[in-house]
Design a protein. Structure first.
Length: 418
């Protein structure tokens, strides 16, 4: 049996192809059952916006039949998919799984979301009944390795996205973000990402301001806040402890005067402002005010670059951990090859034992001396156990097969004097 991992990701395939190869969570159980019927002894499908991967146990070394299945199932032309496909077998497949779960293969180095996505993919496969000894052991070990990497390195300690960096800076100023009121100005992708991070930090009081009130309300509703229009900002600015802005405006939206009035109304309780826009949404002079902490996107980028260097150093440490764990896992995989041999050995020895035991029992029933029966039973059993190995060793000695002789000494724990 062979362990194989193959797929496409953000590094090997364009978005249009990744979209076509993706699996919907609702139809994933059906797909898992289908791939199992097409040659995968075990299978798990990992499908995210950045990757589609299939981890499987197959009888033959080549995964061509499973790749053909993927093309048929997702209506992809094989010749178009192949150039973007990566295929890992055996040790490389194990290493790939460990690296993916640890965030070393992600678009953003060290991002933690992929681990949860892998756990969900494995859980779906287990529910579908398409995992067994191989994949169960692989993913259990994968999750353990990813946890070790998170614990023993700083791979996820520092933010490397602008949105998360903004939220992390806010946490330095306010110990408990859940108690603060946040105003987000804008409603684009960046602000939506900021809102998501804030929600994860427990923010409950959220105001979203946008040129279009309907768009502001729609975004705010998702995260339990309220939406307002841009002209309403000065009237509610004093209630905001944190202001994060990112719009496409060519002129500043917040001036020094508006912020100064808000600070006075707040009785000089501190305000934290982050301007993620280019051109800037907040006049630079706002930073001169007392009790105001203003950061621009350039200042955040400096933090991110430092953090990325830190993550790259942590990634090198993670690779060392992963290499060691791969060796251990492959040792377990190799041990599986011995199982059929061990079973066969047990079957042969148990058959010899049962035959001699039945003969001894018949002798006892005939009234023979128990001591004589027991001695004969032990002698016969010993002779039968050692007959085949002894013949093989004599042949090895005659042929000069020193390796087999050495293996026998190791196997039966014989010292050189024996």
């Amino acid at each position: 049996m062979h362990l194989v991992a193959f797929g496409i990701n953000h590094k090997t395939a364009p978005l249009a192809l990744r979209e076509r190869a993706a699996f919907d969570p609702q139809t994933l159980p059906e797909a898992l059952q289908d791939v199992a019927h097409h040659g995968a002894g075990e299978a798990t499908i990992l499908s995210t916006c950045n990757r589609t991967e299939i981890y499987c146990r197959i009888e033959h070394e080549s995964p061509d039949s499973i790749i053909d299945w993927l093309c048929d199932y997702r209506s992809l032309q094989n010749r178009l998919l192949r150039p973007h496909l990566y295929i890992h077998g055996g040790r490389a497949a194990v290493q790939h799984a460990f690296r993916v779960a640890s965030g070393l293969d992600s678009l953003v180095l060290g991002e933690p979301q992929i681990l949860g996505q892998m756990k969900n993919a494995f859980a779906a496969a287990r529910r579908a009944g398409t995992t067994g000894k191989m994949l169960n052991r692989l993913f259990e070990r994968t999750f353990s390795v990813a946890k070790q990497v998170r614990t023993d390195t700083a791979i996820g300690a520092n933010p490397v996205s602008v949105a998360f960096a903004a939220v992390s800076l806010a946490r330095r100023i306010f110990n408990d973000l859940a108690q603060q009121t946040v105003m987000l100005i804008g409603a684009g992708e960046m602000i939506e990402l900021v809102a998501r991070h804030l929600k994860e930090q427990g923010i409950t009081q959220l105001i979203v301001a946008n040129r279009t009130r309907e768009r502001a309300h729609a975004l705010a509703e998702v995260y339990g806040g309220r939406g307002i229009s841009l002209p309403e900002v000065p009237g509610v600015l004093a209630s905001a402890d944190i202001v994060i802005s990112c719009t496409a405006s060519v002129l500043p939206i917040l001036g020094k005067g508006a912020v100064e009035r808000a600070i006075k109304m707040r009785k000089h309780r501190p305000m934290f402002l982050v301007d993620l826009a280019v051109p800037r949404d907040i006049e630079p002079e706002v930073g001169d005010l007392n009790d105001v902490y203003l950061y621009t996107i350039d200042e955040l980028k400096g933090v991110i670059e430092e953090n990325m260097q830190s993550r790259q150093e942590a990634a090198r440490e993670a690779e060392v951990i992963i290499d060691g764990e791969v060796v251990e896992f492959m040792r377990w995989v190799r041990s599986l090859d011995s199982v059929p041999t061990i079973r066969a050995l047990r079957a042969v020895t148990e058959s010899l034992r049962d035959a001699e035991l039945a003969r001894a029992q018949r002798a006892l029933e005939r009234g023979e001396n128990p001591a004589d029966v027991l001695l004969r039973f032990a002698r016969n059993l010993t002779n039968k156990f050692t007959h085949t190995p002894s013949a093989a060793l004599r042949a090895a000695d005659a042929e000069g097969d020193v390796d087999l002789l050495a293996a026998a000494r190791l196997l039966f724990q014989l010292d050189e004097k024996s």
